[in-house]
Design a binder for this molecule. Structure first.
Ligand SMILES: C[S@@+](CC[C@H](N)C(=O)[O-])C[C@H]1O[C@@H](n2cnc3c(N)ncnc32)[C@H](O)[C@@H]1O
Length: 209
């Protein structure tokens, strides 16, 4: 993950804790996790199916979804996401994009064929469980959730207070889903401007209702 997710400056700005992250990742292409999601939902030619990009950040994944024909509800607490997301979008793609700025546990989600939450839900803090419930609750019959949740050893847990889960927690909370694929990954990799090695530990989850 780290090479692709790497951003240029870890500084926390007065705009919000994720402002720099969004700005510096806005121009990237979709990552491996996104392609894994598209494969799971046969999503490369979506023909107007509805997706939610939860914690859209700089908007790279929302733009990739729009490019594949999805209607997208992009959600993020960072006000700057809206500008990053809409920059240079064609009117046709803009018409398929709805943006909601707000916290995961407070925003109104639409029923969705795909809820995509790339490294975002663990940052919901005390509202984590409520946020996950809302995310899963938005998945329609036959639809899917794809996202990552952190394991105990991820450096973002100590550094950002990200919420931790384990395999059992994931199984239990996705028990209503017809198919669940949990891929636990753990490795060291370089990250950030200083190319500092950090430890990654997360569950890449794909679940179909
Ligand atoms: C690590 S970034 C990931 C962004 C994007 N999904 C990506 O992979 O590039 C986490 C994102 O979740 C957003 N976020 C964190 N906590 C949030 C919350 N409680 N409600 C809404 N957005 C939140 C942040 O603003 C940030 O954009």
């Amino acid at each position: 993950m780290s090479d692709e997710l790497r951003f240029h400056d870890d500084t926390i700005t007065p705009n919000g804790p994720w402002t720099t992250f969004g700005a510096t990742t806005a121009g990237r292409g979709p990552l491996e996790y996104f392609h894994s999601a598209m494969e799971y939902v046969d999503g490369n030619d979506a023909k107007g199916r509805q997706a939610i990009d939860l914690g859209c950040g700089g908007g790279a994944d929302s733009r990739a979804l729009l490019a594949r024909g999805w209607k997208v509800l992009a959600v993020d607490a960072e006000p700057g996401s809206e500008r990053l997301l809409t920059a240079g979008l064609s009117p046709e793609r803009r018409a398929r994009l709805e943006i909601t700025i707000g916290a995961f546990h407070e925003v109104k989600l639409v029923p969705a064929d795909l809820v995509y939450a790339q490294f975002s839900l663990p940052f919901a803090g005390e509202h984590f469980e409520q946020s996950v419930r809302a995310a899963l609750g938005a998945v329609t019959e036959g639809g899917a959730f794809v996202g990552q949740l952190f394991g105990t050893h991820d450096d973002w847990v100590a550094e950002e207070g990200a919420v931790v889960v384990d395999h059992l927690w994931v199984e239990k909370n996705l028990r209503d889903f017809a198919h669940v694929d949990i891929d636990e990954r753990q490795y060291d990799a370089p990250y950030g401007t200083a190319n500092r090695t950090r430890h990654f530990h997360f569950f890449h989850i794909r679940a179909r209702r």
